[in-house]
Design a binder for this molecule. Sequence first.
Ligand code: BGC
Length: 785
Amino acid sequence: MTFIKYSKIACAVAFACTLGACNLAAVSDTTTDARQAPTVSADKQNPAMDQFINELMAKMTIEEKVGQLNLLSSDWDKTGPSMSADYQQQIKAGKVGSVFNAYTADFTRTLQKVAVEQTRLGIPLLFGYDVIHGHRTIFPISLGEAASWDPAAVKTSARIAAAEASAEGLHWTFAPMLDISRDPRWGRISEGSGEDVFLSSVLAKARVLGFQGDDLYATDTLLACAKHYAAYGQSQAGRDYHSTDMSERELWETYLPPFKATVDAGVGSFMTAFNDLNGVPATANNYLIQDILKQRWGFDGFVVTDYTSINELVPHGLAEDLSHAAQLAINAGVDMDMQGSVYSDYLPELLSQGKVTEQQIDQAVRRILQMKYKLGLFEDPYRYSDNTRQQQQVYKAEYLEAARDVARKSFVLLKNDNKVLPLNAGQSIALIGPLADSKTDMIGSWSAAGDRYTKPVTLREGLQQRLGADAKIYYAKGAGYEFNDTDQSGFAKAIAAAKKADVILLAMGEKWDMTGEAASRVELGFPGTQEALMHELKKLGKPMVLVLMSGRPMTINWANDNLDGILHTWYAGTQGGHAIADVLYGDYNPSGKLPVTFPRHVGQIPIYYNMKSTGRPYEPAGQEQKYRSRYLDSSNLPLYPFGYGLSYTSFAYSAVTLSSAQLSPEGEITASVTLTNTGDRAGEEVVQLYIQDKTGSVTRPVRELKGFEKVQLGAKESKTVQFSIKAADLAFYDLNMNYTAEAGEFNVFIGTDSTTINQASFRLADTVKLHSALVLKQSQSRVTR
Ligand code: BGC
């Protein structure tokens, strides 16, 4: 029986006991290294490192120091608007400290050789890359991984990504992405863990531990980077790079906790966000970087900008020119400049003008050199660029198997009328849609060095392999999925295929690059002619199942009303086609749950489960009154709520019982339910615990996720699931922004998704103050000239 428990209280134990279950012994073995290396979290005192860096810095000119603050892209990949064609000359001139978008043992070795052998001090380069959901072996997109509600699986994915990427000379990944988002118009919702603070924080920690392992010095781990700091996921109107404006309470309660979770997990770097937060762009935001991150949280790694975001302080209207932008950024605590060359171009002059101090520059340089030291680069600059290891690690069979397993865990069964799924191997299938046989789409956006053209297994290939030579699969692409597709000439072939088959299997959704960066949408329906084709096929009266692929919640009302089955598979990764076939044929019983709410209409956005209730709360369907918080032309309710997902078996919950109806400030109570698998096959259920604080000094959400546990049960088997609740689990930022658990009544809900009404109540006897938030005036961050 698998038993994975997640509540604040159980986190540490769960990580310890689930790592062994990941079948990753081979990966873990290679992390052990003879040297007693400093780890990110255990190195607060490291006199040898301090002495080494002091001596090195004493030799450095100001130009060499500023060079260490400069991160440039190679010409191998393009993740932003401009390229630095002469980056190799700049490395030689000692003007570059780190390079991104460069990988393979050979290429990183070649560039490293220039830095080590041709610059005066021979300081090694740090190589970074966007290894987000796999490096070569691609796992499901991050939002899909979040749908597994399985921190061990998510950690496994990051661990394998690190093993592959580090074998290709990389030291550093620009992940995890921690932006909470409640707006599926924003394409980058696909890169995070969805809408919820608790789930996102648990998975943030899992990813950092997966990438960094417990030893940053080991050559199969990567330095992680918490991004994009902060509040980028709330871009107004879901438009990428747009401004954000929110209360301090919203910032501290919703957007900062996943970042804090990574600091607690020992993350070694942070990336600033593109957005302006309450009037100050994140890259010039003293409050975020100096006050909260470095002082309050004691973060001792380095802070890098996002792509040219120092330069963008000028169009933001904060900086008068690039020199002023450099001054603002260094003043705010930004250590490294990604791709903008603003620090290298302007800091020496700003220093000579007395506008920045050498101490400010030294602090940034020190943080970066410390990380190079911890990675062991001064000892051996080439230790990650190892051709033999590269050949052994990349696309290893066990990594592909793990990718298939994590993919299966990420799928969410949204609808299954009349048990249309699982399919039976004797049925003939019409496989229809632009995503049915597309390798390119299967691995989604930010797919690092993943081969998009030959490696991904399509759904068609997965089905063929599952069903063997006798398979009766009638395939037709049928429809187009570009926004401007109107051509319906493929419909006839699709209809003819459907007429021959017992079941119509649709593979539809969004094209891979419709989500990710710079991929905002105003409509969330099926692009192109896909839905029109579904309407035609429906006329045949045959069972229809949709395999939905997208990187965001879509508005799929017609499909929900008219199709028999819907399985959401996100972008499932290199082994996607096999994983989907596993689930369609019941070799794996789906267990994913939505990490984000699916709206009925774009007009409901932002829509999320833990909103406030208003003074005129919504009345349930059938009892609507006019003067209520509601729409005239739609229900308030989502199409599918947060936490929702079906299984091929069924589960029954007992009533919630509490060990006491009274919680003392230092005490603990246990909330329990008995879960029974009432069906006739084994399955997994994510048991979810939500708590509602009924009254507070400020209004509180209708409920908040506070724990979850993934439980596997055989047919007819039962299991009692327990969560412990302490005062700290009830805390929030009170009227005076003190993090406080206020005395009063609480409701506890335990059930299958965020709408469960299975509830009990208790009382917190006394108020408990945990700590205060650091609330400063942001105007302090302004540097005038
Ligand atoms: C993205 C980051 C990414 C960076 C480097 C930017 O455009 O916002 O998430 O890490 O490019 O590729």
